[in-house]
Design a protein around this ligand. Structure first.
Ligand SMILES: Cc1ncc(COP(=O)(O)O)c(C=O)c1O
Length: 458
């Protein structure tokens, strides 16, 4: 364990101790002064002191960050695209809040801590994403937000939804179901993989949008590993009267997210991937002018006026999914502390550096085809690829079972009715995280080369 890691734990213990003292002294119901950022700042201070691109390459600076995670290094974990992991400080916070929540039968009539903490979490997330707390609903994942928009949007028969062939496959199912119910047309753009530059992607949207398009569903960072020019897409959409729904599941925690700069109408993300946050926590940003006309998935009721309030402008109506794990929501500020201590541009530069190491090494393998351009403007940590003659699912299995490497897999083009061969649509997803070391990337290069040389099992 490094000195700074020890410092972090000690700091947190001291802080937890001080909370205990505060609680004992505070009148029942008063908010404890919860601050975990001191520990995170201690870890990341030396990183922040340098320019992002220089810090990214200095492995010694990242040792403390790597040790802030309790990952099992028996496997090479390059599957953050599926599920990330929390730093120890966030895990400790979750355990602490779970214990607290278990002390009171009803949070609202207990000491009210978790209810207050939820609003604090909302404010911290809003600050992180550059918007107001009143524009953020705290959800369980990206799926919650995307489903809310697709199912609650004020569609009229004949409206069109524009999307791409690289979205999270279940969302095609949601779109398809609602297209039947509301007589919508769904059109999917086949974005080039890799695209040469962001303008090539914007032009694809410009060419595909029509006067009937009401909604565009698009990922900020796609399953192909490409960063999409959301601000340009939003400008194109708004000029035609369409709204933009962004799937930020893979972008949050990989690249900077400022929803106002993006100009989108809705932004949905999960904290449990690159965010390094508690599992089953996420956010839904909704532009305030759309909140009243967007109906929530679950029933809501105004008990004062005694009427359903699905047309309320309050984004909290999107959080009424019944009983759920409030103690996880309470740990969201701890996650934001961790990220802000390192800084979004330093995180992005580091992840890009780790990706570049293995992609550069593998570029000499003639059978490997990358789906995204490796430069920092077009991709971050995630790189999606295929190996000619080696079906992606088999490659993933060989990497896991023979080489102890965990990666993700996806299908690009899961569009309803697509006739492409499954093997031509499946890809392998590799995504280093903040806990990944340069040594592990070197090991991965060796193992992937070996797997390719051995080929698929016959
Ligand atoms: C691009 C993308 N969008 C959305 C999701 C759904 O995320 P969640 O399960 O957290 O809702 C995933 C999950 O892997 C994904 O890869």
């Amino acid at each position: 364990m490094t000195e700074s890691t020890v410092g972090y734990s000690a700091e947190r213990r001291e802080f937890l101790g001080s909370i205990g003292g505060l609680l004992a002294a505070a009148p029942f119901g008063a908010a404890p002064a919860h601050q975990s950022d001191a520990g995170a700042a201690l870890i990341a201070g030396p990183i922040k002191a340098m320019a992002p691109e220089i810090a990214a390459r200095d492995e010694s600076l990242w040792v403390a960050v790597q040790h802030a995670f309790d990952v099992d290094r028996e496997y090479l974990n390059l599957g953050c695209v599926l599920r990330g992991t929390c730093p120890r400080g966030v895990m400790e916070a979750i355990v602490e809040y779970l214990a607290r929540s278990n002390k009171y039968l009803l949070d609202g009539s207990g000491d009210g801590f978790l209810t207050r903490r939820r609003e604090f979490a909302r404010a911290r997330v809003a600050g992180w994403l550059g918007c107001a707390p009143e524009e953020i609903a705290l959800t369980r994942n990206t799926t919650d937000g995307i489903t809310t928009v697709i199912s609650g949007f004020p569609f009229r028969p004949g409206d069109e939804v524009l999307t791409t062939t690289q979205e999270h496959p279940p969302f095609y199912g949601t779109l398809h179901r609602h297209s039947i119910r509301h007589q919508l047309t769904i059109r999917s753009i086949d974005i080039p993989t890799p695209a040469g530059d962001p303008d090539e992607i914007s032009r694809a949207f410009e060419g595909a949008i029509t006067t009937k398009t009401r909604l565009i569903l698009v990922s900020h960072l796609s399953l192909a590993g490409q960063i999409l020019p959301i601000a340009d897409i939003a400008t194109i959409a708004h000029a035609r009267g369409a709204q933009v729904l962004v799937d930020g599941a893979l972008a949050l925690g990989q690249i900077e997210v400022n929803v106002k700069e993006l100009g989108c109408d809705y932004y949905c993300a999960s904290f449990h991937k690159f965010g390094c946050g508690p599992r089953a926590t996420g956010l839904f940003y909704c532009r305030p002018e759309h909140a009243a006309e967007l109906h929530p998935v679950y029933g809501t009721f105004d008990e004062v006026r005694f009427r359903p309030d699905w047309d309320s402008p309050d984004v909290r109506k999107f959080e009424r999914f019944g009983t759920h794990s409030n103690f996880l929501v309470a740990a969201i500020p701890d996650m934001v502390d961790f990220h802000e201590a390192i800084g979004a541009s330093h995180v992005r530069a580091r992840l890009h550096h780790l990706k570049s190491l293995w992609v550069t090494a593998l570029r000499t393998e003639p059978s490997v085809r990358f789906c995204a351009a490796p430069d920092a403007a077009m991709s971050a940590s995630l790189m999606t690829f295929s190996v000619n003659g080696f079906p992606a699912r088999q490659l993933m299995q060989v990497l896991r079972d023979r080489h102890r490497v965990l990666v993700g897999g996806t299908t690009l083009d899961a569009v309803v009715g697509s006739t492409r061969n499954r093997e031509d649509r499946d890809y392998v997803l590799v995504s280093p995280a903040l806990f990944t070391t340069e040594r592990e990337i070197g090991m991965f290069v060796g193992k992937l080369r070996l797997a390719i040389r051995e080929g698929p099992a016959r």
